[in-house]
Design a protein around this ligand. Structure first.
Ligand SMILES: Nc1ncnc2c1ncn2[C@@H]1O[C@H](COP(=O)(O)OP(=O)(O)OP(=O)(O)O)[C@@H](O)[C@H]1O
Ligand SMILES: [Mg+2]
Length: 252
């Protein structure tokens, strides 16, 4: 079964009088159980798409289905199926990891709160940090905390916007391992990243998005072939399909 079906999604913003087309007729399908990567330059529309999938933004055109349910007309049912990990939620001062998770479990009226909390702590590798004050966690563990928070609702679909941004090499490796482990638990994952290696290591399939349009979708090998030269890297394809002509001068 397909986990996410995006059909002809368009989203516009106004910055003053200027109309910005953040999504321009995006269609894609994410299969149940896969790790799907969304790659694209800054401003390509990745966060807009993720926000539209989880219902934080309303599309101007097109539709999105999550496990067969329409995100805009069956919002309540859809929200139960998924959760979002972004590194921007505030961490309440003065509460331990465990208490903060409990606070969120009450806030979101999670059934079976204590089990949900211990499962989330285990799956996110946070058990040893459960008593630590959340605001004192290092960046890597803060990221794990956000993952734990998202896992409280036992989502079938996890949306992760740049899950390893700003993390050191070792912590990023650990988070990737954790993401793979979530996949093993049967969770479908949509993630965005700017790290080609990460996409290559993690993703079953990838969509390249540029200026609000999907310019290619496929496995890493399929995308590499699109670069049109032997031994091409994912970065070669990325640059070929997303680079603006004027920026071609300063080649590495
Ligand atoms: N709330 C908003 N109001 C106005 N413009 C917006 C808003 N949100 C996004 N945009 C614009 O929509 C476009 C797509 O932005 P989006 O955040 O989806 O890109 P992104 O691919 O996530 O980029 P990044 O890699 O930098 O996170 C950009 O031009 C951005 O400036
Ligand atoms: Mg973004």
């Amino acid at each position: 079964m397909s986990a996410v079906t995006v059909e002809n999604a368009s989203k516009f913003f106004f910055q003053g009088k200027k109309k910005i087309t953040a999504l321009n007729g995006v269609s894609l399908e994410i299969k149940g159980g896969e790790i799907f990567g969304l790659l694209g330059p800054n401003g390509a529309g990745k966060t807009t798409l993720i926000s539209s999938i989880c219902g934080l933004l309303e599309l101007d055109d097109g539709s999105i289905r999550v496990f067969g349910k329409n995100v805009s007309t069956q919002r309540k049912e859809v929200i139960r199926e998924m959760n979002l990990v972004t590194g921007f939620a505030g961490l309440l001062y003065g509460m331990s990891v465990e208490d903060l998770l409990r606070y969120y479990a009450y806030l979101y009226t999670i059934p079976g709160k204590e089990k949900a909390i211990s499962d989330a702590l285990r799956l996110s590798g946070m058990e040893e940090k459960r008593k630590q004050q959340a605001f004192t966690l290092s960046s890597g563990y803060k990221q794990r905390f956000y993952i734990a928070k998202a896992l409280l609702s036992s989502p079938r679909l996890l949306l992760m916007d740049e899950p390893t941004v700003g993390l050191d090499v070792e912590m990023a490796i650990k988070i990737r391992k954790l993401v793979k482990n979530l996949k093993k638990q049967g969770i479908t994952i949509l993630l965005t990243t700017h790290y080609m290696l990460e996409a290559e290591k993690l993703c079953d399939r990838i969509a390249l998005i540029n200026d609000g349009k999907i310019v290619a979708t496929g496995t890493v090998d399929e995308l590499k072939r699109l670069a049109g030269k032997p031994g091409a890297s994912l970065e070669d394809t990325f640059l070929k399909l997303t680079r603006k002509p004027l920026e071609d001068e300063d080649d590495e």
